[in-house]
Design a protein around this ligand. Structure first.
Ligand SMILES: [Zn+2]
Length: 365
């Protein structure tokens, strides 16, 4: 058995937030909006008018703080009395993930409305839960993907370019991870071997990024919506999400197990961590220097890291590199490669990437 999963509907374009009322009307009743506190003033006027025009009642819950189980429970308790038929989750990472958590608790669909394109969460059924100290304690899964993903590219164009850069990093890995999963014995988050379509989507996402991502970042710096931006946002939100859920993950995302604990590198955005880690994946796969350098060239072009210093970890020591390698090996996606690897192979690959990037490695202590 193999499974393909996806949202029922994906809507993208400049100004599409104004369509939220039409979208919500399909659910036939009041809706609960969960929104990142930082973007309430940006999205509320447009959403309120659109929902009012469609005759849909709503309650808006502003969210700030960590996505903890108690926070999800508290938000669920305040949303439940209005009897919402769907949750509309709006914002960057947190508003979307906490909205998914509330939708799961209430047993209703979720519509995701990302206001930045920093990762694939809007499309995915997964959501991360943390403790009060911002340590991730679980990645929970909804039974179904978000019902609708609504991406207003005019909002994405106005957000700082660093968010899109991180989204490009998170999307960049998916081709190589789907290839690794396909070649190895890996399974997707649906717990089956991948269908062919997952890999096809991941391949196309990579092609789009190589062709359009650099120009898309320039467009965001000018706060302009262009075709390069439209293509890149589709690759970062839709194809990246479909690519990993249906194609599987592999080494690049495994390496976050080590990078989230590594000195200074732990503070880098997820997309920068995996954007670097995919370069290490090519090295661990024993690809030629030319292939590793080609991907590094793309990373440099779009401002993604090519070594540990680029993630903020200046002069990594051999011991620190070995620690990253050891934690990387604890990830369940490690067998999703064409070859079997050890922690020593991972350390060697990190060192090879440091050397190819021209970065000095510190003492061996
Ligand atoms: Zn990711």
């Amino acid at each position: 058995m193999r499974i393909f999963g996806s949202p029922e509907r994906y809507i993208q374009g400049p100004g599409v937030l104004a369509e939220i009322g039409t979208v919500a009307k399909d659910y036939g009743g009041p809706v609960c909006i969960v929104v990142d506190a930082g973007v309430v003033s940006i999205v509320e006027p447009v959403m309120a008018k659109s929902l009012a025009d469609a005759g849909i009642a709503f309650e808006l819950h502003s969210f700030a703080g960590e996505i903890t189980y108690p926070a999800i429970d508290a938000l669920t308790a305040s949303a439940r009395p209005a009897g919402p038929r769907a949750v509309i989750a709006v914002g960057g990472g947190k508003g979307l993930d906490v909205g998914k958590g509330v939708a799961v608790r209430l047993g209703i669909p979720v519509i995701t409305v990302p206001t930045i394109a920093s990762n694939d969460a809007p499309t995915s059924a997964s959501f991360a839960v943390y403790d009060d100290d911002h340590v991730m304690i679980a990645v929970d899964r909804m039974v179904r993907n978000p019902s609708v993903v609504l991406v207003d590219t005019a909002l994405i164009a106005k957000a700082p370019a660093g968010f899109l850069r991180a989204g490009i990093g998170d999307a960049l890995t998916k081709k190589f991870e789907a290839d690794g999963c396909w070649a190895g014995t890996g399974i997707t988050p649906f717990r089956t071997r991948p269908l062919r379509l997952g890999k096809a989507i991941a391949d196309e996402g990579y092609r789009i990024l190589r062709a359009h991502a650099a120009a898309a970042l320039k467009a965001v710096e000018r706060k302009e919506v262009t075709e390069d931006l439209e293509a890149t946002v589709e690759a970062c939100i839709l194809m990246s999400g479909l690519g990993f859920e249906n194609g599987g993950l592999s080494f690049a995302h495994s390496m976050t197990r080590g990078l989230v604990k590594a000195r200074d590198a732990k503070n880098a955005p997820h997309g920068e961590q995996v954007g670097y880690a995919v370069v290490v994946q090519l090295a661990v796969e024993r690809r030629s220097d030319a292939e590793v350098l080609d991907l590094m060239g793309f990373n440099r072009e779009v401002g993604l890291p090519v070594n540990l210093a680029g993630l903020g970890m200046q002069r990594p020591t051999r011991a620190e590199i070995d620690d990253i390698a050891r934690w990387t090996m604890t990830a369940p996606h490690i067998p999703n490669l064409a070859l079997t690897i050890t922690a020593e192979d991972v350390s060697a690959a990190i060192l090879r990437v440091e050397a190819l990037s021209g970065s000095p490695v510190g003492g061996t202590a």
